[in-house]
Design a protein around this ligand. Structure first.
Ligand SMILES: [Zn+2]
Length: 407
């Protein structure tokens, strides 16, 4: 596919682009240049953005993680009338990216590189380009004056469980800010997304009893019991697939159940003492994950009498690994109207992957998801975003500016 003419707005070509449009590309390039893999500090990027905003007279509030190696940044561009608290629009993005370890990249992942009609680089789609494009509009927002506040929310540790943004949101609530809504720029192909599934992850540990494998009745085989529970989970997954409930607005229109990791046993001639496995529910709003877990626990409990008859210290334990609520704005909030107006369509979608959107939503900040690129291009070697997606993101931001600016 050839790059459409509008894509030239994000190319670094001074003769073809007004200064502000160049800035969008410069900012994408800059943000991608920071290696903000979740395990490492994001402070270099945060410091740079803070300096950029300060250069425009905008101060930022940072909230740190426990060891101070990572920070969220929150900044407010007040309205012309001085209002900095009410009716604002939050532009939200996470700063961290997934690792490139072991992935076959053809370009330097931390250098945004244009090849044909695509930009390659870690984070170009998930999700530095949205944040960069929003930040590129700061000079314009300030020059034209705002009728309502615009807030920037940049978080850490999204990719490892939406951890950082929880502190940023606590800070918003503590300071009494009452934004009208939030736009999370995760890659949706610039489609308006008003709901995503919830996710709950668990680890199940089966503690059995070791014995020589020629004497299996004297042992409790943790691997086999774990597999019985995994099989039960597989049955649940099939039941959802075949019997619903369904919401066809999602790409996968039913609750999914999945076991991702299993470890157990040490040698073939030992009845294994331990086996653990990790599983998750990605649930539609009307399926309650706590009830699903209760069914799994009930099934697991049926093995205990048999296990304890052999060895009383055997057990089956469940620990929560991660929780991300689902959300659904039902498309009837003001922020959804703004989203529709800015991307010029009446369609709203729902997605199966989790984002920070549900955490904003649960803090009484209605939220939509809309960002350039596609989730299928994220987390991959040679992660890329199409230039026309960047142009669409810029067009979205321009329409947003027309709605929020006074002049
Ligand atoms: Zn993301």
């Amino acid at each position: 596919m050839n790059a459409p003419a509008s894509a030239s707005t994000v190319r670094p070509d001074p003769s073809a682009s007004p200064a502000r449009q160049l800035l969008a590309w410069d900012l994408i390039h800059k943000l991608v240049s920071f290696d903000t893999t979740s395990r490492d500090s994001n402070l270099a990027l945060i410091d740079w953005v803070r300096g950029y905003l300060r250069g425009h007279g905008v101060e930022s509030t940072l909230t740190f993680n426990d060891d101070q190696r990572k920070a969220n940044l929150f900044a407010t561009l007040p309205a012309q009338d001085g209002n900095a608290t009410d009716r604002g629009i939050v532009l939200s993005g996470h700063t961290d990216v997934v690792p490139v370890d072991g992935q076959p990249w053809d370009t330097d992942p931390f250098r945004a590189t244009i090849i044909g009609d695509r930009v390659h680089g870690r984070g170009v789609t998930d999700m530095k380009s949205f944040s960069a494009t929003g930040l590129a509009f700061v000079p314009e927002f300030l020059r034209r004056g705002l009728r309502r506040p615009v807030h920037f929310a940049l978080s850490y540790d999204e990719e490892v469980g939406c951890i950082g943004v929880r502190r940023l949101i606590e800070d918003i609530v503590r300071r009494g800010l009452k934004p009208t809504g939030c736009i999370v720029g995760e890659p949706t192909g610039m489609q308006l997304v008003v709901a995503h599934k919830g996710k709950k992850g668990y680890r199940c540990l089966v503690r059995g009893h070791e014995a020589h494998s020629s004497l299996t009745p004297l042992g409790v085989n943790a691997v086999q019991i774990a597999c019985e529970i995994v099989t039960f989970l597989t049955g649940m997954a099939r039941a959802f697939r075949d019997g619903g409930a369904y919401d066809d607005a999602y790409d996968v229109p039913y609750t999914t159940v999945h076991t991702g990791v299993i470890r157990g046993g040490t040698a073939l001639n030992i009845v294994p003492r331990d086996c653990w496995f990790d599983f998750e529910f990605r649930h539609l709003p009307f399926d309650d994950p706590d009830l699903l877990l209760a069914r799994v626990k009930e099934h697991a409990a049926r093995f205990l009498p048999e296990m304890r008859a052999v060895a009383p210290d055997t057990f089956i334990e469940f620990d929560a690994l991660s929780t991300l609520p689902g959300f659904d704005t039902h498309g009837d909030s003001e922020i959804a109207d703004i989203g529709r107006a800015c991307n010029g369509t009446h369609d709203c979608g729902k997605v199966s992957f989790g984002t920070e959107a549900s955490l904003f939503h649960n803090a009484a900040i209605p939220t939509i998801i809309c960002g350039p690129g596609h989730i299928a291009q994220a987390h991959q070697p040679n992660e890329w975003v199409a230039l026309d997606q960047l142009a669409a993101c810029e067009a979205f931001m321009r329409r947003l500016a027309d709605r929020v600016c006074a002049a």
